[in-house]
Design a protein around this ligand. Structure first.
Ligand SMILES: Cc1cc2nc3c(=O)[nH]c(=O)nc-3n(C[C@H](O)[C@H](O)[C@H](O)COP(=O)(O)OP(=O)(O)OC[C@H]3O[C@@H](n4cnc5c(N)ncnc54)[C@H](O)[C@@H]3O)c2cc1C
Length: 386
């Protein structure tokens, strides 16, 4: 993309100084700016495009607790204690968004009506029941939903039952991220693609095509694009494409956002009545990697088939939007917060594996604690991958 003189708020050769230079203006970069500015630092944020140019502008706006897997699987993998710690950290994410942003007047279509996870097979039904019973036993607010309730309350067919996670929510992700960045007070430089980062002990120099940014610290909030910025990410965060369709507005019928098929597919009704459906990257695993964010025919057909199968009353509605976005999948499915090995003033956050709206604001807080207090976050510290 070419940049005109009018779009450039730096001059060729400019040197901009700050305490912290954040690369990437999605939920991660905006949240890191918010928490670091809160600590009194001078922060600038750069992006190769505009705000929300990456996944933060392309997602479905679910704010969920937990991770990419059903709780029973997470528990089997890491033990109940760690799985619950992980759950509570992500629950803190939505609590913090509600308390510090929404209750402070940030308008971002935030609603906290829970999210459903629905089973389409007997196998998933068993896992979801186990997950539900375990979470109830751990004091988490969840509710079991029978097949008939799904058909009646959600008007969704071919699901065998599911769980309602009562603490979850939904949001307009671009309004949220814009609000966080604006409120951070950080100076934002769009259209600055970073091509070089040099860290020399106490200073970091970040170069874009037109300016140089000098600071004490750099934060990479580049998620699925991180391997373009530093090779360390090549086998740690994999760019993975996600795709979505959105219908024309229809009468309200869906009480809360829903996941299906082991969290791979999802749908929600937007405040103006449109129905959003996403997922199905499992159909084309080999093409759904990389940073090309073009929608693909096979997946878009599958999304429409899903719409017609589960919501026969919506047959014939028009599809008004189709898009694709690039997520950052970490090697173990968990977020990553830390510093680059051997470069203790170049930090990063990301790797949320399709759940960055459910993690990003909290991740900014955890990153700022790691930077300012040297406190490593439990479980999701990137030290596990060094
Ligand atoms: C289709 C889809 C549906 C999703 N649904 C949900 C959902 O419902 N709930 C949820 O929690 N998560 C969801 N996600 C995932 C979520 O969107 C991401 O986890 C989250 O947005 C990641 O935010 P981020 O700020 O880390 O990265 P991004 O938003 O991708 O931001 C990275 C930024 O870095 C910039 N950048 C990259 N390289 C450079 C460079 N060299 N120089 C300067 N800037 C650079 C990019 O332009 C971009 O703006 C979904 C994602 C997709 C694609």
């Amino acid at each position: 993309m070419s940049i005109s003189f009018w779009q450039d708020d730096t001059q060729p050769g400019d040197v901009v100084t700050a305490d912290v230079i954040i690369v990437g203006a999605g939920i991660s970069g905006a949240s890191a700016a918010w928490w670091l500015k809160d600590a009194g630092l001078k922060v600038v944020v750069l992006d190769k495009g505009d705000i929300c140019a990456g996944a933060s502008g392309k997602n479905a706006g679910f704010i969920t607790c937990g991770s990419v897997e059903h709780f029973n699987r997470q528990m089997e993998r890491m033990g109940v204690e760690d799985a619950l710690t992980l759950w509570k950290m992500s629950q803190d994410n939505i609590d913090l968004i509600e308390e510090l942003l929404v209750e402070d007047g940030l308008e971002c279509d935030f609603a906290r009506k829970g999210t459903y996870s629905l089973a389409g097979t007997e196998r998933e039904l068993v896992e979801l029941k186990e997950t539900c019973d375990t979470l109830v036993g751990l004091g988490v607010k969840v509710e079991w939903v029978e097949r008939e309730q799904v058909a009646r309350d959600l008007r969704a067919e071919h699901f065998t039952g599911g769980v309602l996670y009562q603490d979850d929510g939904e949001v307009h992700p671009v309004k949220l991220v814009r609000g966080i960045l604006e409120r951070s007070g950080a100076r934002f430089f769009p259209n600055h693609e970073v091509h070089d980062i040099t860290s020399t002990g106490d200073t970091v120099t970040v170069k874009t095509q037109r300016a140089t940014f000098e600071g004490t610290l750099c934060v990479l909030a580049t998620n699925g694009y991180s391997h373009h910025v530093h090779s360390w990410f090549r086998d740690k965060i994999y760019p993975t494409r996600g795709q979505i369709i959105v219908t024309e507005p229809v009468a309200p019928f869906l009480p809360a956002p829903c996941y299906a098929n082991f969290v791979l597919d999802y749908f929600r009704q937007l405040p103006d009545g449109r129905v959003l459906i996403g997922g199905f990257r499992q159909l084309e695993k080999e093409t759904e990697v990389g940073t090309a964010d073009e929608p693909s025919l096979v997946i878009h057909e599958a999304l429409e088939t899903f719409l017609h199968k589960h919501f026969p009353h919506l047959r014939g509605v028009k599809i008004d939007y189709r898009w694709a976005g690039i997520m950052g999948f970490s090697v173990d499915g968990l977020p990553m917060i830390g510093a680059l090995p051997g470069q203790q003033n170049v930090f990063f956050l990301g790797g949320y594996t399709a759940h960055g709206i459910g993690w990003g604001f909290k991740a900014g807080q955890l990153l700022s604690k790691a930077i300012l207090e040297g406190e490593q976050p439990p479980i999701i510290s990137a030290r596990r991958l060094h």
